[in-house]
Design a protein around this ligand. Structure first.
Ligand SMILES: Cc1ncc(COP(=O)(O)O)c(C=O)c1O
Length: 410
């Protein structure tokens, strides 16, 4: 069987094994499998090891079990009207953005489907798509599926701010989209108003669509420099931008795969056109529970943020004591740490050693970037590891003591 074209792209480099000609699972699944194989504490994949709120899960269970509904049959492709109303209400309450739930909100099977449908809707074949790097790995794969080319602007340590001048320099006549993720995975950067305004200005000037992935919107810590702001609250953004959210991240129910997309009727309609041929629709009971949660989170967002911040601080401290150079995240689930004080070897190799010898799994950031050439091997992004802190205190303590014991043995 010949290699599908997208496997020859930069995204393919992370999942295609040229020796055996097989497609590998994503870095997240591979890391989880390695963690299980070595009995390692899994700080690789970004999922909480504590369930989301019991009341929310109860609402979904009741919705599946009662005849009062919603039914267990196909929901509308755009999502139930009350789900879309709840998203619109949420965007108004948190960001002051007015959306018509009839045609400016779309349900998606996780943010992942909204991302896929947006890129397939707006990235012209042969065009270029710009993203900040590192990036959520599905961006690279879907840009390749769309027949477009991903170009990146790196976020650099220690503060990982977006370099808007570099973005401006990277835009060309061929650019069809800019992919933004704020709060950002894995750096935790929250884009400021000034950064957003400049990105929107650029997009308008060049006629490109902005996709803003905002799944970590409710995970911004109280010491962040700026609050999160949805792209649609930036003046002029409604003509060029779509924004994406996720109940999975906001309510610690990552398996539910309830996402949404907001934007102008024209842009939402274009994305809907693709989405109806992906999943078409999903999860009526989860839509019901997520809608209730979006209307009233019953204090969960604040509680969750406080818990995550404690986890972040403890993991930072533990990594620093173990000899890593760890960077404070303003938001999200992850701490990035540079291993060069311990070893000159690239993070991809250190991650294997950590899982095997320390018993802790982490993700090398190089799997969330375009592949580096030999000359670029010294790039700092090749030396960063991503550790998830969205775990129970005892899980983090176990990981920290393993990392420190490993560091002492070296
Ligand atoms: C930046 C980013 N976008 C999207 C997603 C996926 O969201 P969902 O689980 O709702 O598909 C993730 C999950 O890790 C993510 O980190």
């Amino acid at each position: 069987m010949s290699q599908p074209p997208w496997m020859r792209s930069a995204a393919g480099a992370n999942v295609y094994d040229h020796d055996s000609g097989t497609v590998l699972p994503t870095i997240y699944e591979r890391t989880t499998a390695t963690a299980n194989q070595h009995g390692a504490v899994n700080l690789g994949q970004g999922f909480p090891d504590q369930e989301g709120p019991a009341w929310l899960r109860q609402l979904a269970a009741e919705a599946v079990g009662t005849d009062a509904g919603p039914s267990n049959q196909y929901p509308p492709g755009l999502g139930f009207p009350w789900f879309r109303e709840a998203v619109a209400e949420h965007q108004r309450r948190w960001y002051g953005v007015d959306l018509d739930p009839a045609d400016q909100v779309m349900h998606a099977t996780g943010a992942t489907e909204a991302i896929t449908a947006s890129i397939l809707a707006f990235a012209e074949p042969g065009s270029e798509v710009l993203a900040f790097e590192p990036f959520y790995d599905s961006y690279g794969a879907v840009v390749a599926l769309a027949g477009a080319e991903l170009r990146t602007v790196p976020l650099r340590a220690p503060d990982f701010r977006p370099d808007v001048a570099a973005l401006r320099a990277a835009i060309s006549e061929r650019t069809s989209m800019i992919l933004v993720n704020t709060p950002h995975n894995p750096t935790g950067t929250v884009f400021t108003d000034a950064e957003w305004e400049e990105i929107v200005r650029l997009a308008r000037r060049h006629g490109v669509v902005v996709m803003s992935d905002e799944v970590y919107e409710h995970l911004v810590f109280d010491d962040a420099a700026a609050p999160h702001r949805t792209v649609l609250s930036v003046a002029g953004a409604e003509e060029v931008a779509v924004a994406i959210g996720s109940a999975g991240k906001s309510f610690s129910v990552t398996g539910w795969k309830v996402g949404w997309l907001t934007g102008s009727p024209e842009l939402v309609n274009r994305v809907r056109g693709v989405k109806q041929f992906l999943s078409f629709c999903s999860g009526p009971a989860y839509q019901f529970a997520a809608a209730e949660g979006l209307r009233d989170d019953r204090g969960f967002f604040a509680e969750n943020r406080a818990r995550l911040r404690e986890g972040r601080d403890r993991l930072m401290e533990g990594l620093t004591e173990a000899g890593f150079n760890a960077f404070a995240a303003e938001a999200g689930y992850f701490v990035l740490a540079d291993a060069r004080q311990l070893t000159e070897r690239p993070a991809a190799e250190v991650a294997v050693e950590l899982a095997r010898d320390a018993g802790v799994a982490a993700i090398p950031v190089s799997s969330l970037t375009l592949p580096r050439t030999q000359q670029e091997a010294e790039d700092e992004l090749n030396h960063l590891l991503r550790f998830a802190f969205c775990k129970r205190p005892e899980t983090l303590e176990d990981a920290i003591s393993r990392l420190q014991a490993w560091s002492r043995r070296r």
